[in-house]
Design a protein. Sequence first.
Length: 94
Amino acid sequence: MATFDATLHIQAFESMERGLKTVYTVIANDEYSMISSGDRLEFGSYGSITVGTVRRYPDLESLATAEGWRNVVPEADTEAVSYTHLTLPTSDLV
């Protein structure tokens, strides 16, 4: 098992702790391309999570369709709003 330092997004981390956010996404860049089930994402002194299932998507729409936008961005009121929260560089997502 490997450990990766991850960028802390407090609202996302707190949503995961409360069970509202069930999908955490990262760009599949060189740093995260080798991530697998059982690895850990460390968020500094705030805490860490253990990686469950790893799925890769070619774009944000595929991610939101497969995982359900509420699982990815639970704080969004509508699906349209969730896509504004999901604005990331175009690259494979993990």
